[in-house]
Each structure stands twice: as structure tokens, then as C-alpha cells.
Design a protein around this ligand. Sequence first.
Ligand SMILES: Nc1ncnc2c1ncn2[C@@H]1O[C@H](COP(=O)(O)OP(=O)(O)OP(=O)(O)O)[C@@H](O)[C@H]1O
Ligand SMILES: [Mg+2]
Length: 202
Amino acid sequence: MNKAKFITFEGVDGAGKSTHLNWFAETLRQRGLDVLVTREPGGTPLGERLRDILLNQPMHAETEALLMFAARLEHIEQVIKPALKRGTWVVSDRFSDASFAYQGGGRGVPLDKLEQLEHWVHADLQPDLTLLFDIPVEVARQRLSNNVTLDRFEQEKGAFFEKVRQAYLDRCKKNPQRFALINAAQSPEKVKADLERIVSSI
Ligand SMILES: Nc1ncnc2c1ncn2[C@@H]1O[C@H](COP(=O)(O)OP(=O)(O)OP(=O)(O)O)[C@@H](O)[C@H]1O
Ligand SMILES: [Mg+2]
């Protein structure tokens, strides 16, 4: 049997990650695979408490980076590694690329500090595949405009999301073998067709 895989969904707020993630996981299950769907920040009881703080409480950019990686360590040790070990595939709505994009690109935390945290927290683990939902910032913002409440990140200005998008694209360029770039501005049907092609090649 093939080794269980760790797959992550990334992209700016409003790109369509959550919309497509459950469908994607279901497609894998139809192939007879055991699949666990999870998210960051979060994925554990402590992680979900940290998520609530991270999404609502103003803080220093580097505090934000540290808390993201603290929640991530818990997520990796309690959820991701045990699942992969027992043969369950893991599909996560965001992982470390989001820290490079939001805390790095968006907030300006130096890249070398984030690389140190990444090395500390998961030197021995990287996603097997990362789906980057790439979309022009205005289109993503438009999609979020129906939301009644916006969290601390979603409230940021367009310029912040331009930097986040660019940092994601930089990560993608540095790790082309791990990333699949998806044009998330397309209709949901077209996005699904792209995901279907990706699933069939896994
Ligand atoms: N391809 C698409 N075309 C048009 N609208 C879409 C598309 N994909 C998702 N949407 C809509 O855009 C909104 C945001 O989508 P979704 O919540 O999946 O984004 P997200 O990437 O998970 O955002 P966040 O990072 O804030 O959780 C939702 O209202 C969703 O229905
Ligand atoms: Mg979402």
C-alpha cells in the first residue's frame, strides 16, 4: 500500500480553500483511502483556543508567528503524525506556508526567523503536496464582502493581501515539486476539474 500523504490547502482569505477541501477529501475517500480533514491555526483543543486568540487579539507580529508555530507543534504531534503513522491521509486547511505568507509577507517577520521556527517545529515533516489557490486580491475581497463579521486578518487592507499573495507565490517558486498552483478565480466547476486532475495524478 502507498504511504499516507499529507496535503495542504493554501491561499489568501476568500480564495475558496474551505469550499473545495471537503469535496477533495471525499474524492480521496471514494478511492478507499482513510482521510482526516483538519485546519490551522487549530486542529487540537489547545490549537483551537490559540486560533481564537490569534484571530481576535491584537499582538506583535513576532508573537503572532510564535503562537502560530506553537499551535502547529501541537497539531503535528497530536494529530498529523499519529494519523500518517496509522495510514490515514491528512488534508489540512493551511499549514506553515501560511506563516511564511501572512506573518512573513503580510506582517514583515524576517524570513530567517520563520525558517528557524519551521526547522524547530517540523524539520522532519513537509506536506507531500500543497494546493495553492491563487487569485487576484480584489476578487478574493469581493467574495468575502458577504461575510457579516471579519476576523483580524480578513479586516486587513488590500495591500496586506497583495504581500501575502506574493509571499505564497515565492514559496511556490522555491518548492515547485511540492506545489500545485490553482487558478482560484475560475468558476467552482473549473476549480473542481483542476482538483480532479490533481487527485488522479496523486
Ligand atoms: N470558484 C469560486 N467562484 C466564486 N465564488 C467562490 C468560489 N470559491 C469559493 N467561492 C465563495 O467565496 C467565499 C469564500 O470561499 P472560502 O470560504 O472557501 O474561502 P477560503 O479560502 O476558505 O477563505 P478563508 O481563508 O477566509 O477561510 C465563499 O462565499 C464561497 O462560496
Ligand atoms: Mg476557509
